[in-house]
Design a protein around this ligand. Sequence first.
Ligand SMILES: CC(C)(COP(=O)(O)OP(=O)(O)OC[C@H]1O[C@@H](n2cnc3c(N)ncnc32)[C@H](O)[C@@H]1OP(=O)(O)O)[C@@H](O)C(=O)NCCC(=O)NCCS
Length: 197
Amino acid sequence: MTSEANRAQGEEESPVYLRPLTEEDADIAYDWWRDPIVQGLSGAPLGPRDPEEFRRFFVEKYVRPNPRRIAAGIVVKETGKLIGLCVAYIDPDFREAEYGIKIGDRSSWGKGYGTAATRAFIDLVFETTSIDSLFGLVELTNERAKRTLISAGFRICCLLYNREFLRVDLTRYEWECDKRRQAQATPHPGPLPAGEG
Ligand SMILES: CC(C)(COP(=O)(O)OP(=O)(O)OC[C@H]1O[C@@H](n2cnc3c(N)ncnc32)[C@H](O)[C@@H]1OP(=O)(O)O)[C@@H](O)C(=O)NCCC(=O)NCCS
């Protein structure tokens, strides 16, 4: 959808864009993986202390091409700053993928970037793969993450793992219906100027 159409519907233009991650991004991401608050909320241990070891880990996990994974860096349009990443781990047997997001730069939290990045990443996944559904697992106490995924279009599915995690789902069909609804809501551009068409 164009920026004009977004504005016409009262939707804000996305404040972020996604881009492929590179080996050089490991230098920025190192701090994210060493932050106990970010890692605690991500449900992951601290990353390797040694920067070279971290670089190898980062490249393997997010940069090297892998048919079972899609990853993208989240960049703030206004500043060009890389603030985090989105990832989807694909299970080709079940034609589904698990979604994960980390905004490692804590000063960027609560500004709508996570929701905007999730929306853009959902589009990327459904547009570039043939999976049928995307799901996320969020710790029940992680209020910001729950709201991010639900605002971006995921639907609550069930509680898992001793009722400590919430599973949220989004099927390709739901995503397509939503896109159709958005397209129908886009106002008609109006009659062409005289002499055209
Ligand atoms: C979770 C995360 C991606 C959210 O991104 P964000 O840019 O901070 O979130 P947004 O600004 O888009 O806000 C998303 C929602 O959280 C709400 N929110 C913002 N700050 C909040 C706070 N302190 N407490 C509760 N909710 C809050 C917003 O109001 C919004 O909800 P709404 O759409 O219903 O109004 C980001 O904070 C992050 O990476 N956290 C650490 C790692 C993590 O938790 N990853 C997710 C693991 S599943």
